[in-house]
Structure formats: C-alpha cells, structure tokens
Write a protein that binds this ligand. Structure first.
Ligand code: NAG
Length: 183
C-alpha cells in the first residue's frame, strides 16, 4: 500500500496591512521655541503636547522646528520586542505665521521634512535594522519589526532599509545628481 503525502504550500502574506493613515503635516501651534527661553531646557514632546522643560531621562526631544523627535532613552535591540513610538499629539491647527504667545511657535506638524525619518506611526526607539510599528494591528502593543527590502509594500520610509518609501513601495534611494556640465 502506498501513501501519498500531499504537500501544501501556504502563501504567507504579510499581515502588515498598508494603510494610508498618516496625518498630513499642518501648520500647528506648539509650546516650544528653538532655542528654549531657558537655554538649559529642551523641547520635550509627549502625547499631551510639547513644552520647553529640563531633561530628566528617557524622553522624546524635538531638536529643531523641522526635525523629527529623537529618543534620549534606551533603544530596543530585538524584533518583536515592545518599543516606544514617537509621540504624535493633537496640536491646534493655525494659519502659517499666526501670532503666538511667548514660548510658542507655529510649525508644520507632524514633521515630514526629514524624508528618511518622518514623524509617523513607524518612528520609535528600535535599533537601526528595525522600525517601531504602532500602526494597524500593532497600535495597542507597538513592537520592533525588521525593516523591509526594496520591492516590499510600505506606508512609511521608516519601514524600509533604504529609508525610502515611494508610492507605497520600498525603493533604493536615487542619487540626486547635479546637472553640472563639464566643459
Ligand atoms: C488625536 O485625536 C484623535 C481623534 O480624536 C484620537 O484618535 C487620537 O488618539 C488623538 N491622539 C492623541 C495622541 O491623543
């Protein structure tokens, strides 16, 4: 008697749904200035907002009006371990150049000007080869995930090894060549 074993090939598809849930940058009022009025303070951001305060330890700092927050605490080294996503508070939207009180600024928020490190749900305290996923199924329990190879579907440049997500796909960075002519 002969037994036939059928092998079943399961196509494992990524469970990371690509959702375009990113907040678009908007002119927003923030309770920080660069530098802070007190030179010893830093602009510290939490889910409640941002303020010029003394650094205490592990926190997210905004180094400049157009720079994404950076984490001052420990980074996570292993995939699937819990991570701390960069805070994205709801700031008050105002017109560009709106009047501010002392200690306030109007900035584009969330910051997207650092194209390889935008402030979104994929920025956090994971080491280099990983990103901190706080989107979709990872929203309630953010974890570090391995960055994606070119050709993979992405929602953010933070997810790509190349740090470049274009039209929903991780792509290698194209060199910006100058058009200088040599005579
Ligand atoms: C910002 O507002 C949205 C919609 O009300 C809410 O879902 C989200 O949790 C808020 N974000 C923070 C950091 O509080």
């Amino acid at each position: 008697m002969k037994f036939l074993f059928a092998s079943i090939i399961l196509a494992i598809t990524s469970h990371n749904a690509v959702a375009q849930t990113q907040q678009q940058p908007q002119w927003s009022l923030i309770d920080c200035t660069w530098p802070c009025a007190n030179g010893a303070d830093s602009c510290i951001i939490t889910n409640d907002g941002a303020q010029c305060k003394a650094k205490t330890g592990s926190e997210w700092l905004i180094p400049a009006a157009d720079k994404s927050p950076t984490y001052t605490g420990a980074y996570t080294h292993r995939p699937l371990e819990p991570c701390i996503p960069a805070p994205i508070p709801n700031l008050t939207h105002v017109n560009q150049g709106a009047a501010t009180n002392a200690g306030q600024s109007v900035i584009l928020f969330p910051m997207q000007s650092e194209v390889d490190k935008p402030l979104d749900e994929y920025l956090g305290n994971c080491d280099g080869g990983m990103y901190c996923s706080a989107a979709d199924n990872d929203k309630t329990n953010p974890v570090c995930r391995i960055r994606l190879q070119p050709g993979s579907a992405c929602a953010s440049s933070n997810q790509c090894y190349s740090r470049n997500c274009e039209n929903g796909v991780c792509v290698k960075k194209t060199e910006k060549r100058s058009s200088l002519r040599h005579y």
